[in-house]
Design a protein around this ligand. Structure first.
Ligand code: URA
Ligand code: SF4
Length: 227
């Protein structure tokens, strides 16, 4: 099962590396598919790679990424625990906003990532991620000032999950009031979601070790009866 996921993921990354489905491929140095554990419960979705991301082929490695790492900490998460990607995988020239047709062309990759990872929570950073993900789930997008700090029950191509909406960390770099909102969203709403997910997981793991112990006793009995 996991091998399949890894195999499908490798194919997906290869497709993104060779993708020419929208004009953004002409400007990129490196496409940025995303990074993080495939068996995580939490996905983070930003807007598009910036300069540093384009140079390194990795998401959120510049100043916005530094802030994102801190914000994840406020929610009780380490960066290495989450899968991070963007709505579009190639850098728009001069960091302009991605256009609707570029987002549409790139969307199948985000959908496949969601289907492979099956997260319980997606943190949508900024209006492009929030609008794209909410609309994909058939939910209404209005504005960041109305919807940040809200979490929505959603289903994306059969994957049931929740979408947490917040500002983009890059918007907070030069705007202290937005930084405060982001800190509050991560430290309160998103933290609660993360705790709920951790509790669910702990409950499951409480049941599974017992099964493992039983299995090993049966195995032991099996071995001793055949020896
Ligand atoms: N901004 C984004 O939206 N994504 C990145 O990967 C980096 C900056
Ligand atoms: Fe392909 Fe997406 Fe890059 Fe456009 S942005 S070329 S659709 S990978």
């Amino acid at each position: 099962m996991r091998n399949n996921v890894e195999e499908e993921y490798r194919k997906l990354v290869e497709e993104i590396r060779n993708c020419k489905k929208c004009p953004l491929h002409k400007f990129r140095k490196n496409p940025v598919p995303g990074e993080g554990p495939l068996d995580t419960d939490i996905m983070v979705v930003g807007e598009a790679p910036g300069r540093n991301e384009d140079l390194q082929g990795r998401p959120f490695v510049g100043a916005a990424g530094q802030l994102l790492n801190k914000l994840l900490g406020l929610a009780g998460l380490e960066r290495a625990q989450v899968y991070i990607t963007n709505v579009v995988k190639c850098r728009p020239p001069g960091n302009r906003d991605p256009r609707d047709e570029e987002i549409r062309a790139c969307l199948p990759y985000l959908i496949r990532q969601t289907q492979l990872i099956k997260p319980k929570l997606i943190i949508a950073l900024g209006r492009h991620a929030a609008r794209t993900l909410l609309e994909l789930a058939g939910l209404k997008w209005q504005s960041m000032s109305k919807q940040h700090g809200h979490v929505y029950d959603a289903s994306i191509e059969g994957v049931k999950l929740r979408i947490a909406v917040t500002y983009h960390p890059a918007a907070a770099l030069y705007k202290p009031p937005i930084r405060e909102q982001l800190k509050k969203d991560f430290g309160e709403t998103i933290r609660k979601e993360v705790e709920r997910i951790k509790q669910l997981k702990a409950k499951k793991e409480h049941v599974e070790p017992k099964l493992t112990r039983q299995t090993s006793i049966l195995e032991f009995l099996g071995r001793s009866s055949t020896s």
